[in-house]
Design a protein around this ligand. Structure first.
Ligand SMILES: [Zn+2]
Length: 95
């Protein structure tokens, strides 16, 4: 099912916007997928708690969702992605 989001954002130099549609991809090996696709070098674990600066909510990293856009580009997203448009670049550490 293709869905739209209501925010404009960037993801690793990739612009995505409300003019594109997204489809959720269901990941079985969440740890492996995160390791292969994480954009940064800092260590991250599925049990880490982060705050999404788009929706302001705290999330356990393992609850991330993956969406692909119409070009097949895959984004690791906030669990509230459809509402907030947040992706892993919007996850901040909680002090
Ligand atoms: Zn969010």
């Amino acid at each position: 099912m293709w869905v739209k989001i209501n925010q404009l954002s960037f993801y690793n130099n990739h612009l995505f916007s409300s003019s594109m549609k997204y489809e959720e991809i269901f990941i079985t090996d969440k740890e492996g997928y995160l390791k292969r696709n994480y954009l940064f070098t800092d260590p991250i674990s599925l049990t880490d708690v982060k705050e999404c600066i788009h929706c302001g909510e705290r999330m356990v990293v393992g609850d991330y969702k993956v969406y692909k856009d119409e070009t097949g580009f895959e984004l690791i997203c906030c669990p509230n992605f459809l509402r907030c448009g947040g992706t892993l670049i919007d996850w901040w550490d909680i002090d």
